[in-house]
Write a protein of this length. Structure first.
Length: 409
C-alpha cells in the first residue's frame, strides 16, 4: 500500500502541502457562508492536505482522503477554495503512481466530480436563496461541468503520461540489465567451451602417446637384461613418442592462444618494439614508466606482453582515433602493474551505447592472468575503457587478496 520514497520526494510533497495549507487557511472564513459550519471547512482542509502529503507514498489512501475532503466541504456549504487543488494533485498521482485498478477508479472519480461539482453549487445557491434565472443556471452548470471535467481530466492524462514515461524508462533499464546478464552468460559459456575443448584436445594428444610410452617402458624393463638391443630400440621409441607428444602439446597451446607462432614466445622485454609497431600504424600512445624493472617468470612476462598487445589492438580497432592511448607501467616490490586507458567514441545520435561484454581476447587475457595468480579488470568508465592488471614478480602469495579477474560492462 505504501511506496518507498526518497527524502527529497517527501520534502517536495510536504512543502507543496504546506503552501496549499497556508493559502487555504487564509480563505476558509470567507468561503463558508455560515459560521457554525467553519469547523467542517477546517476538517476538509486537513483531509485534503493529508492527501497531498500521501499522494505518492499511498495514492489510494490519498484518493480516499480528498474524497472525504470534498464531501466535508459540501457539508460546510463552502464555495470552491484552494483546498480543491488537492483533488487535482491527487488525481494526477493516482494516474502516475497507482495501479491499474486505482487508475480506473480515479478516472471514474473525474467523471463523477464533473457532475457533482456543478450540481452541488446549484444546490448551495438554492439553499442560500441565490438562484439565478433558468437560462443563467443552465449556462453555469455547463460551464462548471466543463471546467471541472477538463481540469481533473487534464491532471489524470498528465499522470498517465508520467506513468508511461516511467514504464518506458524501467523497460530500458531492464533491457540493459538483460544485455549485461546475457554478456556474462556468453562469457561463461565461452570459458566453459574453451575448457572443454582444451580437455578434449589434451586427451586426444596425450592419451595415445602415454599408453605407448607405458607399454614400451614395461617391455624395455623386461628386455633390458635378455635383449639389450630390443630394450635400446624401445627406449629410442619412447624418446621419439615423448618428443612428438611435446610438440603436439606446444602446437595445441599455440592454437589455443591464437596469436602464437612456431617461433619463441614473446616477452615483456619487447614492449618498446610493440609500442613502436602500433605507433607506426597511427596509434598515439602516451607511455609512463615508474619503478625499477625486475625479472618476471616466463609465463608472467608473456602474459604482460599479451595484455598490452590486446589492449592496444582493441584501442586501434574500437577506440577514438583522435585521442591518445595512455599506457602506464609501474613496478612495485612484488608485482608489475599495467594500466591501458583509451577513449571510446560517442555513439551515433539516437543510438544507445552498447555494453561491453568482453570478447575472446579479454577472456583469453583473464585466463592468462589467472594462471599467473594475478589480478585483471577490464571495464568501461564513461567515455573511456580501462584495462588494469597486476602480475606477481615472485610467488602468488606476494599479491594482496583481490578479485583475480573480472570483465565489466
Amino acid at each position: 500500500m505504501f511506496r518507498r520514497l526518497l527524502p527529497h520526494q517527501w520534502w517536495f510533497d510536504g512543502v507543496l502541502a504546506a503552501v496549499v495549507a497556508v493559502v487555504t487557511l487564509l480563505s476558509v472564513d470567507i468561503s463558508v457562508p455560515l459560521e457554525p459550519l467553519i469547523p467542517l471547512a477546517y476538517a476538509s482542509a486537513a483531509l485534503g492536505i493529508g492527501g497531498v502529503v500521501l499522494r505518492r507514498a499511498a495514492p489510494s489512501i490519498a484518493l480516499v482522503a480528498v474524497t472525504l475532503s470534498a464531501l466535508t466541504q459540501m457539508l460546510s456549504l463552502s464555495w470552491p477554495t484552494p483546498v480543491n487543488a488537492c483533488q487535482v494533485l491527487v488525481v494526477y498521482a493516482c494516474a502516475a503512481y497507482g495501479g491499474k485498478v486505482l487508475r480506473r477508479i480515479s478516472l471514474g472519480a473525474v467523471v463523477i466530480a464533473g457532475i457533482v461539482a456543478p450540481s452541488y453549487l446549484a444546490l448551495v445557491d438554492a439553499l442560500l436563496d441565490r438562484v439565478p434565472g433558468p437560462e443563467t443556471a443552465a449556462y453555469q452548470f455547463i460551464a462548471l461541468w466543463i471546467l471541472t471535467t477538463l481540469t481533473l481530466g487534464c491532471a489524470w492524462l498528465l499522470g498517465l503520461a508520467r506513468w508511461l514515461t516511467m514504464r518506458s524508462a524501467e523497460a530500458r533499464v531492464q533491457q540493459r540489465l538483460a544485455e549485461v546478464e546475457q554478456g556474462h552468460l556468453r562469457e561463461r559459456m565461452t570459458v566453459e567451451e574453451e575448457r572443454g575443448r582444451i580437455a578434449r584436445e589434451m586427451h586426444d594428444v596425450l592419451a595415445h602417446s602415454l599408453v605407448v610410452i607405458a607399454t614400451l617402458s614395461d617391455g624395455a624393463r623386461y628386455a633390458i637384461r635378455n635383449d639389450p638391443d630390443t630394450a635400446d630400440e624401445a627406449v629410442r621409441t619412447i624418446g621419439g613418442v615423448s618428443r612428438d607428444a611435446l610438440t603436439d602439446v606446444r602446437r595445441l597451446l599455440a592454437d589455443l592462444r591464437h596469436e602464437q607462432d612456431s617461433g619463441p614466445a614473446a616477452t615483456f622485454d619487447e614492449l618498446t618494439e610493440l609500442v613502436a609497431q602500433f605507433e607506426a600504424l597511427g596509434l598515439r600512445i602516451d607511455r609512463h614508466d615508474d619503478g625499477n624493472p625486475q625479472a618476471l617468470t616466463p609465463g608472467a612476462s608473456l602474459a604482460a606482453f599479451r595484455i598490452v598487445q590486446e589492449s592496444l589492438t582493441n584501442a586501434l580497432r574500437h577506440g577514438d582515433p583522435s585521442a591518445p592511448v595512455s599506457l602506464d607501467v609501474r613496478w612495485s616490490p612484488h608485482a608489475l602493474h599495467l594500466r591501458v586507458v583509451n577513449r571510446v567514441p560517442a555513439p551515433a545520435v539516437g543510438v544507445a551505447p552498447r555494453f561491453v561484454s568482453g570478447g575472446h581476447g579479454l577472456i583469453g587475457l583473464r585466463e592468462r592472468v589467472l594462471l599467473e595468480a594475478g589480478t585483471f579488470r577490464a571495464a568501461r568508465a564513461g567515455d573511456e575503457f580501462h584495462v588494469d592488471a597486476a602480475l606477481p614478480i615472485g610467488r602468488a602469495e606476494t599479491l594482496p587478496p583481490a578479485e583475480h579477474a573480472r570483465i565489466e560492462p
